[in-house]
Design a protein around this ligand. Structure first.
Ligand code: GAL
Length: 825
């Protein structure tokens, strides 16, 4: 086994592959129609939801993607673990549609990118198929029961259960849906697979495998034309291939691209492959594959190599929800999430703990973010009463193969994770499933390594699971990287989940304490106290990565706060399945360096100080400590510069040197248990409080490179609105995220303000959501008002399909209102 594994790793290390994205789209003459509009929805059990004579005229009309659970209301009769939102129950979606009689003879299918969950589908009363796993895409053939030129009815039943996940899953047809109309001869779903056996700056060899299916027994000959187009659409390589049709034909072609522009994290250049099928010189199908050219390798000494350059993985784990917007997929919401992550210095994502939306991979391809695509949080042994383990036996192979076939062409994807903290680690024969899943991955895609996020040290080694994946992910084991590598010299490791520090934006508790069960259910942003017992301050992982350069890097838990799992307040008693809600109203996680709205917490800047090079400096806490005059307040600075000088009301408190001057923080993890840990990543001062200002000045080479000042704010006087984009697409899906600040007369943020803000939207846009990042707020995400949390809240608006000017007004009692105009085009 070891030998086999070594060979696989060697293959990764020696070979260079190029990958091509697979967010494929169909062009004329075959059609993929966006099928999101005008669905009918009804929550509740129905015995006849699929029947054509059921009167659905009073059902709620809506467009997909849709997540019914985010509509709320929050309640502690639901589980805080899954967000305190109604993710369970039965619901039906129905859509009436017609297909032009001219399409007769064609193949008609419906493609769901994911439905949460337990989807069962009927067409015109006929059962068509089902898919239990909510995170996987699936296509169902409708041809047999379609009525051309007449009313057709698609009915979808979903029956998600509570406690089916350890986080908020959302509920509904929450990803995109397409109706596909294909000629009898066509390229099917996931029909292309592209690698290259060779790449250099001068040329790349591109291997394109294309599947062609035929439902036309009378036609035997076709021609497959394949062309590769560069960023400007120019053809850089092409080929014509004669094919003899049968029900399914697999073709393969090798093309050369000279002087390729490589896909990289700084230059994520994408190409396009166009595959066209001709019969008797008639074009019958066109299939587009967007792609990027790059090589990856994993080297046990050098780490991860992209285009032969070593790249340290500065990664985040992310669940799939989009905060106040819930789980209903939105391209702009994903793009914004990853832009914020990128600005923190992130270059990698682990899609914990399930297959992502196609849009997330599209965003990562475009932004140059490396991705570990993860399949499962459970195998046969369940972690929650209604988890995936109940479907594992029947569905895991189909789900895993489909995940890889869907995602294997994305240049951003670098590894397949077959599981997270799977309980089979603890079983003597746990390796058997690991091997089987590993083999499936290699069968569908021999060009990327497999991995698992292991956590029960040393069980996965003793029970041989670690031998059956190519790369060993280690959750929360920073002190073990070295000993594992010393004992297993051929192994490649990385921190698949790290830190799990918790905090609430803008909250500072004094004195800095070990453990906090604070009456407000908030956690201090000094970021020294933590949630679960395995958690530790980010600094400890920075040390571990620096000490073990062979580690590929780390993936912090998590990039964004997410709905559910409100550790340390409630919902973390795994052992009993007891899922207590004692600490209600906490309903969303505290783990991330940015809050649920995407507002940076202080920890965002701690990561930025390690992961970015553009000069920055950050200072905390706020400077509004009325009643604490004369008392010492710890002031922390985070920087990527050499030195920082602190000024308090204009007077210098001296310079501190990064890497030399340390900050003692209480840390409770493993070796540091209940001790004081000396962090060389934070600079600090004790400052007797007087109102006024604290200012940090950062120097490199004795030159000022960055500054930041916080002033004591006076009482709230006005609102300020800042839209992340003042011009958006009038396409019915684009979003503008509007930050609302509560400020004093002089424009200082009021760091403790919690004023209620009312919104009015005038023009071609609708309210998509509101939020404030407070993990304990049970206010609706869909109201036209929101209380500020520590001076900030957010309004998210969505365009309609009409262009125009949208005027947004925010008002609050006793404060000067504010407006912002957004143009939709
Ligand atoms: C890990 C787990 C994550 C999350 C995290 C919280 O053990 O893999 O899903 O629960 O703990 O610290």
């Amino acid at each position: 086994m070891r030998h086999l594994k070594r060979t696989v790793i060697l293959t990764f290390c020696l070979s260079i592959f190029i990958f091509f994205s697979c967010h494929s789209e169909k062009l004329q003459p075959t059609k993929d129609q966006n099928f999101n509009k005008d669905w009918l929805f009804k929550k509740g059990a129905l015995s006849n939801g699929e029947t054509t004579d059921l009167d659905d005229s009073a059902w709620r009309k809506l467009n997909l993607p849709h997540d019914w659970a985010i509509e709320g209301p929050f309640s502690n009769t639901y589980n805080a673990r899954t967000g305190g939102l109604p993710v369970h129950g039965e619901a039906w979606y129905r859509k009436h549609f017609s297909v032009n009689p001219l399409e007769k003879g064609k193949r008609i299918s419906i493609e769901f990118d994911g439905a949460m969950n337990n989807a069962k589908v009927w067409l015109n009363g006929h059962y068509i198929g089902e898919r239990p796993y909510g995170y996987i895409g699936f296509e169902l053939d409708l041809t047999e029961h379609i009525k051309f030129g007449e009313d057709n009815l698609i009915a979808v039943q979903l029956t998600p259960q509570d406690l089916a996940a350890r986080w908020y899953s959302g509920a509904g047809i929450y990803r995109n849906v397409r109706l596909k109309i294909n000629n009898p001869v066509h390229i099917p779903q996931y029909g292309t697979y592209v690698t290259t056996p060779e790449v250099s700056k001068e040329k790349a060899l591109i291997n394109i495998k294309t599947k062609v299916v035929s439902f036309d027994s009378k036609t035997s000959k076709a021609v497959l034309k394949t062309s590769i187009h560069d960023e400007n659409g120019l053809i850089v390589a092409e080929n014509n291939q004669d094919i003899t049709l049968s029900s399914e034909v697999d073709t393969e072609v090798l093309l050369t691209v000279n002087n390729p522009n490589l896909w990289d994290i700084t230059t994520p250049v994408l190409y396009q492959a166009k595959s066209m099928v001709y019969i008797d010189n008639q074009l019958v199908d066109t299939y587009i594959t967007h792609f990027g050219i790059r090589s990856i390798a994993f080297d046990k000494d050098k780490g991860f190599m992209l285009n032969e350059n070593q790249v340290e993985l500065n990664g985040v784990c992310m669940h799939h929800d989009q905060g106040p917007l819930g789980a209903a997929i939105n391209y702009r919401a994903k793009e914004r999430q990853m832009q914020i992550m990128k600005s923190m210095g992130v270059n990698a994502l682990r899609t914990s703990h399930n297959p992502p939306s196609p849009e997330m991979l599209e965003v990562c391809d475009k932004l140059g973010i490396l991705v570990i695509v993860e399949a499962f949080d459970e195998w046969k042994m369940g972690k929650v009463p209604n988890g995936y383990n109940q479907y594992f036996d029947q569905w895991h192979e189909t789900d895993l193969r489909d995940m890889i076939k869907r995602d294997r062409n994305h240049p951003s994807v670098i590894m397949w994770s077959i599981g997270n903290e799977i309980l089979e680690q603890g079983k003597k024969d746990g390796w058997k499933i690991a091997k089987q899943l590993n083999d499936i991955c290699h069968d569908e895609d021999p060009t990327r390594p497999t991995t698992v996020g292991f956590n029960y040290f040393p069980a996965p080694f003793e029970n041989h699971l670690a031998e059956h994946v190519d790369i060993v992910g280690m959750n929360y084991w920073p002190e073990q990287y070295n000993s594992i590598l010393e004992n297993n010299p051929d192994m490649i490791v990385y921190g698949s989940e790290t830190s799990s520090q918790t905090s609430s934006r803008g909250v500072y508790h004094l004195p800095i304490a070990f453990k906090e069960q604070h009456e407000t259910n908030h956690v201090s942003s000094y970021d020294v106290t933590v949630g679960p017992p395995w958690a530790y301050a980010p600094d400890i992982e920075f040390d571990a990565q620096a000490k073990e350069p062979r580690s590929l890097g780390e993936f912090i838990w998590t990039g964004f706060d997410y709905l559910g799992e409100p550790t340390p307040y409630g919902g973390r008693d795994n052992s009993t399945n007891g899922y207590w809600n004692d600490d209600w109203p906490s309903r969303s996680s505290y783990f991330a360096p940015v809050d649920l709205c995407g507002f940076p917490k202080d920890r965002y800047y701690l990561y930025q100080s390690q992961w970015t090079s553009k000069p920055m400096v950050h200072v905390l806490p706020h400077w509004n400590w009325e009643g604490k005059e004369g008392q010492d307040i710890p002031v922390f600075a985070y920087t990527n510069a050499e030195e920082v000088e602190l000024f308090v009301n204009g007077a210098s408190y001296g310079k501190k040197v990064k890497g030399k001057d340390v900050t003692e923080i209480p840390a409770e993890y493993h070796d540091y248990k209940k001790g004081w840990y000396k962090s060389k990543y934070r600079l600090s001062w004790q400052v007797p409080y007087q109102p006024g200002s604290i200012k940090v000045v950062a120097y490199t080479d004795n030159k000022i490179v960055a500054t930041k000042e916080i002033k004591t704010a006076d009482k709230p006087a006005k609102l300020t609105l800042i839209a992340d984009r003042t011009e958006i697409q009038a396409d019915g899906t684009d979003l503008s995220f509007v930050t609302v600040k509560i400020e004093d007369e002089n424009g200082n943020l009021c760091p403790l303000a919690s004023n209620l803000v009312n919104f009015s939207i005038d023009g071609e846009a609708t309210l998509a959501a509101v939020g404030n990042g407070d993990q304990t707020s049970l206010a609706s995400f869909q109201a036209n008002e929101r209380k500020a949390f520590n001076g900030l809240c957010m309004l998210i608006i969505k365009s309609t399909e009409n262009s125009g000017i949208v005027k947004i007004t925010a008002s609050s009692e006793g404060l000067q209102p504010s407006t912002v105009n957004i143009t939709t085009k």
